[in-house]
Design a protein around this ligand. Sequence first.
Ligand code: ADP
Length: 449
Amino acid sequence: MTLNKYYIFAAIAGLMVLLIVAAMPLGGTNWPEILACFAALFAGGWLGRQLFAEGKSQLEQIENLKNDYKNQQDKASKCIRENKDLRLQVQLLKRQKRNTEAVVYSISDAVIVTDANDRLLMANEPAGVLLGFDAKEAILKPLEELVMKKELVKLIANSRTSRIRHVKHELQFEAGDNTLTCNCIISSILDDDNEVCGAVTVLHDITREKEISQMKNDFVSHVSHELKTPLASITAYSEMLVDDEATDEKTRKEFYSIIQGQAQRLNRLIEDILSISRIESGLVKVNREPVSTALIVRDAVEMIKSYAAEKDITVEDQTAVVFDQVNADKDMISQVVINLLSNAVKYTPKGGKVSVNSEVDESQQVVRVTVTDTGVGIPSEDLSCVFDKFYRVKANSKYAKGTGLGLSLVKQIVEKVHGGRVFVTSEVGKGSSFGFELPLAAAEKTLVK
Ligand code: ADP
């Protein structure tokens, strides 16, 4: 029942009461009127009760609405709070992603991150260069499509499916004309349920390490071989002496001098090896001081003259007495000049000529020392290797004994220790010119300024 109807009922009941009250003074007891009056009273009471109940229910509804509104308000503020938290978490995740990317992108090794379906999630530039794809364009593409090296794709898939945490392999990649050797380390990524959800692959270029290790092996086997030869002859001759195989004094003396010569050779060899390895490892002590190469050349020529005279070779010092100054270790530069001079004498037949020249090249700001001989010369195909360790020109080994370390030492002293440059020109049958350049002390001072 709507409120309007109650008003109509109330109006009718009120009207009836008024009619009864109005009729009462006109005549005695009028039962129909009294009944009507009671009916009106009852109707009025019932109506009042209905009105009260209706009002109460409406109040309850209002209260419920208020509660609902409050609940909605609470929910809304909870949502706002949650939304704020989510935004913060998103920001945090974005920052973490940026940090991870920054770490991956700053690594010089090639790094790729793949998901549980072997699709690319992240790759840095070295990875793109090594594996041949554009690191930015390739995201979310299957590795199978991106990487030519199928061995790598297979290794990543295998390590993921076999749930191995870390695996290490050695792989070779073609890079233009070069072959790169890389250590490939694949690490599986586990999720909260301990399931493999991807893999991180790091490719570390070990080409240089491999070369160095090969060079070390070669060096050790060269050294052992070089040491073995004089040792073998020392052992053989001393055994013959012990067994009294040298019957007369003359033979004994010959054996002694062979042993002495081989022991000296052994000593030279060890000295050269130690000098080279000290320079290479940077452990050598360098006493730099202002020195004149003209004076060093003069002293070296004096030293070599008696050895040259044995072969009837003339040694000529063409150096003008100019006190050209370089900042150098005097002993080391002396050793360089002596090595070049003794080679020139060694590889020049009897009656030949060796000349030395030290000059200042103002335009290049260097001092240039050149040792020229009229010796056997060096075939052009050997020229680029003569400064390598243990390199001996096959065609010339019959002319003189040697270790193949002298020129290597020259190069180390000039280039590594003094920042200079070595050079050689040669013609078979005509002779060779070996030399070096050192920066003038004045030029070095200007550079420092
Ligand atoms: P070695 O102890 O054999 O002389 P070096 O390192 O001094 O070792 O020289 C390397 C090689 O270069 C020598 O074996 C020799 O064949 C060649 N060589 C060096 N100097 C001369 C030169 N002046 N004339 C000809 N060949 C030379």
